[in-house]
Design a protein. Structure first.
Length: 260
């Protein structure tokens, strides 16, 4: 077991502990102050534990473009990299390539456009469907839980491949493919996907695959799951034209481009 996983499990237990109200309110206020979190958009400003703060819900549902060709951002996040795949490779950050087949567990049969969405500790931690999805398969890959912040992205080769992750393989409304990859990180207590409760992350489990003879249908904008702390989402999208760029901050429900 990697030391980072042990630390993350300990932190996850701490985050789920409900301390007496005065102590808990102090812990929460320190966290909010350190990461400069704006709670105006959320259901409440009082949380029973740190995990409830991490996974806070929006107070008002965000509106978005309902066109089936328009994709929306799945998260509130920073786009740390975006480009077309090249010869089976993608970038975790500039000049740091990794093998897409190692990340996804399969080879892509053509070039895809990819976007890396980094969720900092201050961001909204729930993630949503970028378009209508028909989920055909979900893959769990065990691994370590290194940080995925900018210093780590620039220092650790193959960081996304080394870290624990969940890969969702799905079809979009035009019948083309999309891969939704949720990557674990230091202090992420767990990665949750509502449509597959058997997935248990950071739990000493071997790689697992869940295949659905009848695809799981998820509507655009619906909540797919959550990180119990910040991390990274990577989208690989077939025949996609973006209207966002690297180093751009995006919000969940914002248009990010369209499928052809």
């Amino acid at each position: 077991m990697f030391l980072s996983n042990i630390c993350s499990r300990i932190f996850g237990s701490f985050a789920k502990t409900c301390f007496p109200t005065p102590i808990q309110e102090f812990i929460n206020s320190v966290y909010v102050r350190i990461f400069r979190i704006n709670l105006d958009e959320f259901e409440t400003t009082r949380f029973k534990n740190l995990n409830a703060l991490f996974t806070r819900r929006l107070k008002t549902k965000r509106t978005f473009d309902m066109s089936p060709t328009q994709l929306i951002s799945p998260t509130d996040s920073l786009i740390t990299e975006s480009a077309l795949t090249t010869e089976g490779k993608a970038l975790q950050i500039k000049s740091m390539q990794y093998s897409i087949s190692e990340l996804l567990g399969e080879n892509l049969d053509c070039d895809f456009f990819y976007l890396n969405f980094y969720l900092s500790p201050r961001d909204y931690h729930r993630y949503h469907a970028p378009c209508d999805l028909e989920i055909e398969e979900i893959r769990y890959f065990g691994g370590c839980l290194r940080p995925v912040n900018m210093p780590s992205l620039m220092r650790v080769q193959n960081l996304f491949v080394k870290n624990e992750r969940i890969v969702v393989k799905a079809k979009m409304p035009n019948g083309k493919k999309i891969y939704f990859v949720a990557i674990g990180a230091l202090n992420v207590g767990s990665i949750i996907f509502h449509c597959e409760p058997k997935i248990k992350t950071n739990a000493k489990r071997a790689n697992q695959t869940y295949t659905y003879a009848t695809p799981i249908k998820v509507a655009k904008g619906d909540e797919l799951g959550m990180f119990e702390m910040g991390s990274t989402i990577v989208l690989f999208i077939q025949d996609f034209t973006p209207n966002v760029a690297t180093q751009q901050i995006v919000k969940f429900a914002q248009n990010i481009g369209y499928i052809n």
